[in-house]
Ligand binder design. Structure first.
Ligand code: FES
Length: 93
């Protein structure tokens, strides 16, 4: 049976265990290698499960695990908005 850990990035428990066996044995390296926690929910649904898998596979204490670097999701901005001096500026009087 396949257990999905990160629904946003379509990662299974097997994917995470394989990555840990390859040496990606911290949350930050798992994030960089698999994009774990980089989906729209920003890890709200998967980082806790990933911590448990890491603890089980490596024996590391959950308290020792560093939080992965959080970056807010960005929104695309049309180039026309950046190129137009008449819109979005603070000097509009
Ligand atoms: S479930 Fe992993 S980032 Fe959303």
């Amino acid at each position: 049976m396949t257990t999905v850990v990160c629904r946003c990035e379509d990662l299974t428990e097997e994917d995470i265990v394989e990555a840990i066996e390859e040496g990606y044995d911290e949350l930050e390296t798992l994030k960089r290698h698999l994009r774990l926690g980089m989906g729209p929910c920003q890890g709200k649904a998967c980082l806790l499960l990933a911590r448990r898998i890491l603890r089980r596979e490596t024996g590391k204490d959950v308290e020792e695990m560093k939080e992965p670097t959080a970056r807010p999701p960005s929104r695309p901005v049309p180039f026309s908005l950046l190129a137009s001096p008449d819109e979005g500026g603070e000097d509009d009087d």
